[in-house]
Write a protein that binds this ligand. Structure first.
Ligand code: NAG
Ligand code: NAG
Length: 363
C-alpha cells in the first residue's frame, strides 16, 4: 500500500476514535441524575393555591396533617407511573397514581396526554403529569404492508421521547411503575433509566406484548418469538410485578419466572349504583335510551352496556355472535316472548369501523 493511503487510513481512524470519545463523554456528562434518599422531594405550602386548600382531592389534608414544623412535607415515596399510551384512556394507571398520592407519595404520571384525564389526578398537587411528546402523524399509520418499516421507526421515536420524559423531565424517584404492554421499547428504556437513576422497577402486567404481536403477525413468527424472549429477559430484572388476574400471575410464574401480586381491576368509588328513581330519569334523558325508557322500565327490553377498546386482543365478535344467536332464538320461539335487547357499545379503537361494517351487514 502506498504511504499516502496508509496516512489517510490513520487519519480517518483517528477522527473516528475522537468522535466516538466525544459522544461517549457527552453521554456520560448528560446522564440523568440519580435518586438519593437523603434528598427527597419536598412539598411546600406554596404548592397549594387558596382554591386547593378547600378541596380534599388536592392532597392538602394529607399535607397539613403530616408536614414538619417548618411547613414542608418530605415525601418518603416517589414514583414515576409510566404508560406509553394515552393517560386518559388508562384508568388503571390513573388509579395507581391516585392511590399512591392518597398515601402521601409523590407521583410523576408519564404518558401521552390526548383525552381527558381523571379530575382527581388533575386536582392532586402530589401528582404531576409529564406528557410524552406525541408521535408524528406519518408514523401513526396502521397499514399492514408498511408494518415492518413503520414499527421499528415508531419504536425508535417512542424510545427517544420516553427517555427524555423519564430521564430529564422528572426528578429521580425511588420507584418506577410501568405498564406492560407495550413492551417494546418501554421495558428497555425503563431498565436503562432505572439503572442510571437508582430507581427500582415494578412492572404492571395488563397483557403480554408478544401475544398481542402474535395476533398481528402469527404465533410462530420469528419476531414474535424474539419479543417473547425480550419480555422475559427484562421481566427478570424488575424488583416486583403486578398482574391484572390470578391466571396472568400463574403464567408469569411459569413462563417468565416472575413472582407477581394480583391486583384486580375495580371501579373507583365515583361509580355508584343509581337509585330506581334516578335510573328512570337518567334513561329518559340519555339520547340513546330515551326512546326505550318505558320498555326498559317494564322489562320488555333489556339494556346491555359494554365498553371495548376495539383492538384485536379484545375479541368483540364473542358478544356479536352471542347477540346473533339470541336474535335467532327469539325469532324461532316467538311464544317464549324473550325480551328485546338494546346494546350500547362505547369506546374508540382501530377495529371499530370493521365491526360497524359487520353490524350493518347483519341488519
Ligand atoms: C439508591 O437508593 C437506595 C434506596 O432506594 C439508597 O439506599 C442508596 O443510598 C441510593 N444510592 C445512591 C448512590 O444514592
Ligand atoms: C424544612 O426542613 C427540611 C428537613 O426537615 C429541610 O430539608 C428543608 O430544606 C426545610 N425547608 C425550609 C423552607 O426551610
Amino acid at each position: 500500500m502506498a504511504y499516502s493511503t496508509l496516512l489517510l487510513l490513520w487519519q480517518l481512524s483517528l477522527a473516528f476514535a475522537v468522535s466516538v470519545t466525544i459522544c461517549f463523554l457527552a453521554f456520560l456528562f448528560t446522564l440523568p441524575s440519580a435518586y438519593n434518599p437523603y434528598h427527597p422531594d419536598l412539598i411546600e405550602e406554596d404548592d397549594f393555591t387558596a382554591e386547593d386548600k378547600k378541596k380534599t382531592e388536592s392532597g392538602y389534608g394529607y399535607f397539613s396533617k403530616h408536614r414538619t414544623t417548618n411547613q414542608t412535607l418530605k415525601t418518603e415515596t416517589s414514583v414515576q407511573v409510566v404508560v406509553l399510551g394515552d393517560i386518559g384512556r388508562s384508568p388503571r394507571m390513573q388509579y395507581h397514581a391516585l392511590s399512591i398520592a392518597r398515601h402521601g407519595g409523590r407521583v410523576y404520571l408519564v404518558g401521552c396526554q390526548e383525552s381527558d384525564v381523571h379530575p382527581g389526578v388533575l386536582a392532586n398537587r402530589l401528582i404531576s403529569i409529564v406528557p410524552i411528546r406525541p408521535l408524528p402523524t406519518w408514523l401513526g399509520t396502521s397499514s399492514k404492508p408498511l408494518f415492518p418499516i413503520i414499527a421499528p421507526l415508531k419504536a425508535l421515536w417512542q424510545a427517544w421521547a420516553l427517555y427524555q420524559a423519564l430521564g430529564y423531565r422528572t426528578r429521580p424517584t425511588k420507584w418506577m411503575l410501568v405498564q406492560n404492554p407495550p413492551a417494546i421499547p418501554t421495558l428497555l428504556v425503563a431498565h436503562f433509566i432505572c439503572f442510571f437513576r437508582n430507581t427500582s422497577l415494578i412492572i404492571d402486567w395488563h397483557n403480554f406484548g408478544s401475544s398481542l404481536l402474535a395476533l398481528r403477525l402469527s404465533p410462530t413468527h420469528p419476531i414474535v418469538r424474539l419479543s417473547f424472549h425480550y419480555e422475559r429477559f427484562f421481566a427478570k430484572g424488575a424488583t416486583a410485578h403486578f398482574a391484572v388476574t390470578a391466571a396472568m400471575a400463574r403464567v408469569l410464574k411459569k413462563d417468565y419466572n416472575a413472582q407477581a401480586v394480583t391486583l384486580h381491576d375495580r371501579p373507583s368509588a365515583d361509580f355508584q349504583p343509581l337509585t330506581a328513581e334516578r335510573r328512570k330519569r337518567f334513561l329518559q334523558r340519555l339520547p340513546e335510551t330515551k326512546e326505550y325508557a318505558q320498555d326498559l322500565e317494564t322489562g320488555a327490553w333489556k339494556l346491555i352496556v359494554s365498553s371495548t377498546s376495539w383492538t384485536a386482543d379484545e375479541d368483540f365478535s364473542l358478544l356479536l355472535d352471542a347477540l346473533v344467536s339470541y336474535s335467532s332464538a327469539c325469532n324461532s320461539n316467538p311464544s317464549k316472548r324473550l325480551p328485546k335487547i338494546l346494546a350500547i357499545i362505547t369506546g374508540k379503537g382501530p377495529l371499530k369501523e370493521h365491526y360497524l361494517f359487520r353490524i350493518r351487514a347483519l341488519n
